[in-house]
Design a protein around this ligand. Sequence first.
Ligand SMILES: Nc1ncnc2c1ncn2[C@@H]1O[C@H](COP(=O)(O)OP(=O)(O)O)[C@@H](O)[C@H]1O
Ligand SMILES: [Mg+2]
Length: 327
Amino acid sequence: MSNEVNTGESTVSRETSQTATNKPTNKPVIGTRRLKEPMPRPIKTRLFTVANQKGGVGKTTSTVNIAAALAMGGLKVLVIDLDPQGNACTALGVDRDGEGMYELLVEEKPLSTIIQKVAGFPHLECAPANQELANAEISMVNMVARESILKFALNDYLKEREAAGDRLDYVIIDCPPSLGLLTINALTAADEVLVPIQCEYYSLEGISLLVSTLSKVQRALNSTVHISTILLTMFDSRTRLANDVANDVRAHFPRELIDIPIPRAVRVSEAPSFRQTVMTYDASSPGAVAYMQVAREIAQRGSSATPHEPDEPDEPDEPNEAGAITA
Ligand SMILES: Nc1ncnc2c1ncn2[C@@H]1O[C@H](COP(=O)(O)OP(=O)(O)O)[C@@H](O)[C@H]1O
Ligand SMILES: [Mg+2]
């Protein structure tokens, strides 16, 4: 029997050369094509934290690409960049020079005052990790209820949006590679945790640390939060190790795992240098196709309401799942 992981669709585990019709684009994105089939809305706003205390496992990449894919599916999505490195902002082309998560956490500025729209996406917005965020953990040490600052700010904003008849469908929080106060704030604010796992040695050992931190948060701060979603990232089906890790994850987390591994793919890693997600940079590349499938699976698992009415009456003209319209 083959060791390859079945992605459920065409093989997405290997990089292919770009096709003539879908070149990667380094031009500014001014719009995105709507998907033929919109994604289902959740009953209430789903609050995700993307966490794994290991760096370089695909937290930021998964955050921005799943968020972009959900937004392309017609859903209203907010990305909160809680990593002082600000890589999610970079991939979304969001400015980090103004006020951002530092002012929200330390000066208690409302979320509505720091949010920026992501260019090209009608329904995607971002709360930026500004440069000062690197000092936030130290500044927060003596604050009252310091673990719950994000939760209260987010709840206020969600209520505001709902009262205005403009409810968000997804909030996705990108965490730094640590289990410090920023990540604790994210776990306290969320209902669901998405854990990206890179298929290599010790991947699962890393998860046990996260699980023990999570159980402390559950006990003291937020009884709702749980690991709902696990994603295999930078997957190379040719290696035995990747398949072994995938099998382990499948055995430990059969319900949580989304069994659509994200292939290790050059376009995915190139996209941020053009301040883009791979969803617009090269929509037909294997990484983008996989993230689109993952986003649809996430939406389907949490669905039950009807999709948003489309903004424009016209039908999309392309058969492929997604794509960028550039200047
Ligand atoms: N599927 C992928 N294929 C190729 N490179 C990837 C893939 N996913 C992530 N990367 C690259 O790996 C590095 C780490 O990913 P990142 O999402 O920043 O991890 P984290 O946020 O967990 O630190 C980045 O340079 C990113 O571009
Ligand atoms: Mg990151």
